[in-house]
Design a protein around this ligand. Structure first.
Ligand code: PLP
Length: 369
């Protein structure tokens, strides 16, 4: 029997050789900022004590200031993932429906299903490459309980204009639905609108410092919600003794410089996008459905090459040390058509991809399935 290739095992086994372009992580945030904060917390042996359970007050203030949502309560969690798990547990019941999309970030669907609810998925692998208020409106049933709005959207990189966010928020308000606004990638967008601006009572805003501040391994994120909604969700807090204290100090240090350093990070990611676009356009059968991306990732459609995205993923990793993802884990219906690449990376990572991608496609084209 043929063994399936363990991409994560391989990538972590070759950690320092790999160009990490597979998980939308950020390798451009200034490392000394984070290192200094963690070292200072270590020096004080902060890890010997439990953290202040409700979270570092200064970090909560920094987040409230960053999001300018003065009426909301903020909770700190072990990555946005924990917030997503808690809120789906707290707010969804068996039989509920959540309006979502395909492609999407499927881990949220897993959590929705664990709560006994189901997703109603609009196919969005075609222009405008995102949900629309009209499509959402037309799919509301008596069972609909929540709308999932990921903006900017992983994996496609599409962003929502303010008029669409407003229209979707108004649907949530008028139809008394919950609106889950996952804004993990918002700092990479040209312009971003929080749904909570238009539906403050109905919206749960989930944030993460994994991608903007480059803290994926420290697992820190959280959520905002209006006080009543927040209390309902926070009853399901799985981290009663608080979130990793070193991560919270690193997060605070990162938030203090984010505004100053982000323009440079964003312009690097835009330059990287341009470089990748040029390479993709030079390879017959490959194209970028969404460009420019409003996040730090987009998909490369390879359907015309006849190559299996899983095979391309393996070839790029094993033979070129370039880690990106096949689309299958992001889309049940369209995942065999694309790979996803992130580009908050060094120029040398992008250059490695630029050499590897045409060579890998050429090698696999016409290879037996
Ligand atoms: C849309 C979206 N939400 C949440 C997450 C998870 O973020 P975190 O690392 O904060 O758990 C991801 C990670 O890729 C994501 O793409």
């Amino acid at each position: 029997m043929q063994q399936t290739f363990d991409v994560f095992g391989y990538a972590h086994g070759h950690f320092s050789e790999v160009a990490w372009m597979g998980q939308n992580t950020n390798h451009l945030f200034p490392k000394p900022v984070v290192r200094k904060a963690v070292q200072a917390a270590m020096k004080e042996a902060r890890y010997e004590e439990y953290p202040f359970a409700s979270g570092l007050a200064e970090l909560k203030s920094a987040m409230l200031e960053d999001f300018a949502l003065p009426q909301a309560k903020v909770g700190i969690t072990s990555g946005g993932t924990e917030a997503l798990y808690m809120l789906t547990r707290a707010l969804l019941s068996p039989g509920d429906e959540v309006i979502s999309s395909d492609p999407t970030y499927l881990i949220i669907h897993k959590f929705i299903e664990l709560s006994g609810a189901t997703t109603v998925n609009h196919e969005i692998y075609a222009a405008p490459w995102r949900l629309t208020a009209d499509r959402i409106n037309n799919s509301i049933t008596p069972k609909t309980r929540m709308i999932l709005l990921i903006d900017p959207l992983n994996p496609l990189g599409s962003g929502y204009p303010e008029s669409e966010v407003k229209a979707i928020a108004e649907i949530a308000h008028d139809k008394k639905l919950l609106l889950l606004n996952d804004v993990t990638y918002r700092d990479f967008a040209d312009k971003h609108t929080l749904a909570a601006t238009y539906a403050p009572e109905e919206t749960v805003t989930v944030w993460s410092l994994s991608k903007n501040c480059g803290l994926a391994g420290l697992r820190i994120g959280g959520l905002f919600a209006a006080p009543d909604l927040f209390s309902k969700i926070w009853k399901y807090n799985t981290n009663d003794l608080g979130v990793n204290v070193l991560s919270q100090w690193a997060a605070l240090a990162a938030m203090k410089v984010k505004k100053d350093v982000f323009p440079r990070i964003k312009s690097r990611t835009r330059a990287n996008q341009r470089r990748i676009k040029k390479v993709v356009e030079s390879v017959p059968g490959c194209s970028l459905p969404v460009y420019p991306s409003q996040g730090n990732m987009f998909v490369i459609d390879i359907s015309q090459t006849g190559i299996d995205p899983q095979k391309l993923q393996q070839e790029l990793l094993e033979n070129h040390n370039v880690f990106l993802r096949g689309g299958n884990y992001l889309s049940p219906k369209f995942g065999n058509r694309f790979i996803r690449i992130s580009f908050s990376n060094s120029t040398s990572d992008v250059e490695r991809f630029s050499t590897a991608f045409p060579a890998a496609v050429q090698k696999l084209r016409g290879a037996p399935a």
